[in-house]
Design a protein around this ligand. Sequence first.
Ligand SMILES: [Zn+2]
Length: 206
Amino acid sequence: MSLISKLSEQFGRFPGIGPRQSRRFVQFLLMQNQSYLDDLSDSIAKLKGEVSLCSSCFRFFVTNGSHEHELCNVCSDTNRDHGILMVVEKDIDCENIERSRAYNGLYFILGGTVPILEKRANGIREKELKSTVTERGEKKELKEVIIAFSLNPDGEHTGDHVVKLLSPLKEKYGFTTTLFGRGLSTGSELEYSDSETIKNAFTTRR
Ligand SMILES: [Zn+2]
């Protein structure tokens, strides 16, 4: 395989990138100067070593190579409300909500959705969610779990799934579950919602 085909095959594995786009990426790189390419490959080479997965919310966070921190900056921040946990699909949703400054609680990244046509959940952090909620419930600090998925059929299906999943723990520890996004129009992707919409979705949750 030529280097061009290899690289284009590698870009083709990126989410949402087809063969035509991946070839354009390679063309783009060929037009850049060497220092840009060196910088890019350096960032990629360092990525896994300098970014960790938070053991509580499962967000990726920058550790700058130090492996002392198990918890990300949000989970270890004592000024945040540790009584509220927001369950989102992916890191980008969490970043977008942070940007809106509407929310001061903690997060949990589920790592995917439960597609409406699938009966069983695959590859999402169900066990981890239950143990994070149990841990917070045992400390008697959990007041509310906010379910925040995109307002599309898969998102709503995932929301229902998480509500069901948490219902025995909800009874045991006495927290409430609310659904985020009543202020978002149907079809809204959390990832692309602006700060105003997110603030709305947050205040109208129920
Ligand atoms: Zn965290």
